[in-house]
Write a protein that binds this ligand. Structure first.
Ligand code: HEM
Length: 139
């Protein structure tokens, strides 16, 4: 059920992927300008607002939970090297949910609390724990 809601979001919002990425980046830097100084290449943060990349990561986690997932290990290594921790990831979750809520409300008549909760769970129960694990392995 949860994944159906995530997939539904992508089906509708993929046409607005670029706008969503920019909105995520702008909102993130507005709320947390310190990231511009903290990261060697802050412009890479724009990649972060990619709903497609997040879904891809979730699919990997689901299909190969026991395997070493190189992509996540790479991200874990990058985050560990940049001193990124749980609080940073939680801020990302918050900003991404705000942006998704905004675009969902605008473009999806069926958008509602269940969609938002599905995305929240994807971050809290799957993406963030696995990234933290990847970081521990990279340390
Ligand atoms: C729940 C939190 C996070 C998730 C799920 C996540 C996920 C991702 C994903 C899927 C990508 C790849 C995008 C692509 O290949 O197009 C990515 C890239 C990146 N992320 Fe995150 N991220 C999170 C938090 C953060 C935080 C807190 C930072 C820094 C403050 C950060 C910095 C970056 C950077 C700089 C890249 C680009 C890496 C590169 O292309 O070399 N991310 N992240």
């Amino acid at each position: 059920m949860t994944d159906t809601l995530l997939q539904q979001t992508w089906d509708v919002l993929q046409e607005q992927e670029d706008a969503i990425r920019s909105a995520f980046f702008e909102r993130l830097i507005d709320t947390h300008p310190e990231y511009l100084d903290r990261l060697a290449q802050p412009e890479l943060l724009e990649a972060m607002g990619s709903v497609e990349a997040l879904l891809e990561m979730l699919t990997w986690l689901q299909e190969a939970p026991e395997d070493d997932i190189p992509y996540i290990a790479r991200l874990g290594g990058l985050f560990a090297a940049s001193d990124i921790g749980f609080d940073d990831m939680d801020r990302f979750r918050e900003v991404m949910l705000e942006v998704l809520d905004e675009y969902g409300r605008k473009s999806m008549p069926e958008w509602g609390a269940a969609h938002l909760e599905a995305w929240n769970e994807a971050f809290e129960l799957r993406l963030i724990p696995h990234l933290l694990e990847g970081m521990q392995q990279a340390a």
